[in-house]
Design a protein. Structure first.
Ligand code: NAG
Length: 211
């Protein structure tokens, strides 16, 4: 779990921090080679391994979610929106939509807490930071959805990692203020859904990579 998190967080940062894309290619290749064959994209109905049954569609989704931060959450968020063979691009849009929904929910919680007359100065400061972070998460997800719509999954992957940085910055704001975050469960769910998006985007970037 801890190990997975590190890979998910570190890989895009390494790629982004390099001025030249050349150095990023080898580590990228390594990742591609590690991809299990079962994680292949939706096979055609004539594919021997794939087949066109509900069980094989389910197996496709499980494979797509296998590297996710929380595989069960990944499968459960996507499954209701998929009929028939898995389209991984549709799947990642759904997971991003689920991430957007929890972001909206937390933003409303933050607004309600900010409006309370009895909050302390520290709480107000932390909530103000979180309001900014969550607004940035909304912008980032919208930006990434645009990239996915333009078939630039790699670009979406590179940009999406900042969602987790903003989520962390909000948690840190409360820690540094000496308090505890008033919405720990939703913050954790956002972290998991965001991590799932990142894992699927990484997976799709590999599949569509021209390297
Ligand atoms: C997000 O919320 C909207 C509105 O409630 C809902 O229609 C949609 O299905 C949700 N998306 C996901 C991926 O759960």
């Amino acid at each position: 779990m801890e190990f997975n998190k590190k890979i998910i967080l570190v890989v895009p940062l390494i790629c982004c921090s390099l001025l030249s894309g050349i150095d990023a290619v080898p580590s990228y290749r390594v990742k591609l080679l590690e991809e299990p064959p079962s994680a292949a994209p939706a096979p055609s109905p004539s594919d021997d391994l794939g087949g066109n049954t509900a069980a094989s569609h389910n197996a496709q989704l499980t494979a797509l979610c296998s590297d996710a931060e929380s595989p069960p959450l990944c499968v459960n968020a996507i499954a209701p929106f998929i009929q028939g063979a898995l389209d991984p691009v549709v799947a990642v849009k759904v997971e991003m939509g689920a991430t957007m929904n929890i972001t909206t929910k937390v933003s409303e919680t933050i607004k309600a807490l900010q409006a309370k007359p009895d909050i302390t100065k520290d709480e107000k400061a932390s909530l103000d930071i979180c309001a900014d972070q969550y607004s940035s998460i909304v912008d980032t997800i919208n930006d990434c959805l645009d990239s996915v719509k333009q078939n630039d999954v790699y670009d979406a992957w590179m940009k999406f990692s900042s969602v987790l940085s903003y989520q962390q910055a909000c948690e840190d704001a409360f820690k540094e203020g000496g308090g505890s975050i008033p919405f720990p469960e939703d913050s954790k769910t956002l972290f998991q859904l965001g991590g799932n998006c990142l894992a699927i985007l990484m997976h799709l970037s590999g599949e569509t990579s021209t390297y």
